[in-house]
Design a protein around this ligand. Sequence first.
Ligand code: C2E
Ligand code: MG
Ligand code: MG
Ligand code: MG
Length: 287
Amino acid sequence: RSKRDGRNAARLYAADMTEQAMARLALESQLHEAIRNEEFTVRYQPQVDMRSGSVVGAEALLRWNHPMHGLIGPDQFIDVAEDTGLIIDIGAWVLEQACRQREAWKRAGIMQLTMAVNISARQMLDPRFADTVREKVVSAGCNPHEVELEITEGLLIQHPENARRTLQTFRDMGIQVAVDDFGTGYSSLAYLKQYPISKLKIDASFVRDIQHDSNDQAIASAVIALGRSLDLDVIAEGVETGEQSAILIRHGCFLAQGYLYSRSLDAAGFQRFVEQRSGAVLPHPIA
Ligand code: C2E
Ligand code: MG
Ligand code: MG
Ligand code: MG
């Protein structure tokens, strides 16, 4: 009987795999279509200085406005976009939108603001990537110092030489680089100082229970200290409560993004958020 169960289980497993493979295939073709039909959209989450409440940056976050399923988050499709290489085109599009938006906000009087864009390893390993970045930044008229690319640790560990070369190109261009989800990968701290990066993002998983979990608090505080000694900015992700923010500030981390301040917003919503926070918009010159 156990043998038969085993066989059934194997068959079930095979059926399961097929179903999964089919779902991936369907998703892949829908992603192609989504590019053609311009179904993607970008939202922006404010990055704030927790002490003053002022907005210092925006993180561009990809959304898929699916004709049947509505707004879909990147966790639902980014893996397939990476595996198929579609992320190269999608990512270039996000970068273009984000750079243009940065300039649109500048015309609206928003001066001090960094625009952060997530970059997947697949993009970084594309030999044309540095040129793509340069082209998008230049054609939007963006100040490269106001553009920040978010990469993850995995890339630094798995492709150290490639990563170093590409990151150096960005440094030469004046573009900033942040390490996203810091602490969740196989962080090799020794590596860190050899890369031209400017910021560490404390992963939300260390922030979530920071009030109650002394290990999380120890990790956050170690990242903050590391940032200080390597002269890197540190920003906390996923800050949802005043207690979390108070603890982070106490440990010397002043930048954050999270639902306590704002969810991701569409471009108009982001602009309103900044204007409310700064009290008054910069006065427009009298025509
Ligand atoms: P991430 O870069 O670490 O972005 C932070 C994620 O946390 C975002 O989810 C954001 O909406 C969410 N978040 C922000 N504050 C809070 C909070 O207080 N509580 C909670 N529970 N969540 C919060 P999102 O937009 O679903 O993005 C998920 C991931 O997808 C991103 O993680 C990033 O790795 C990836 N991603 C997003 N946009 C792009 C893109 O344009 N290109 C690439 N390659 N990846 C992207
Ligand atoms: Mg990110
Ligand atoms: Mg993150
Ligand atoms: Mg993440």
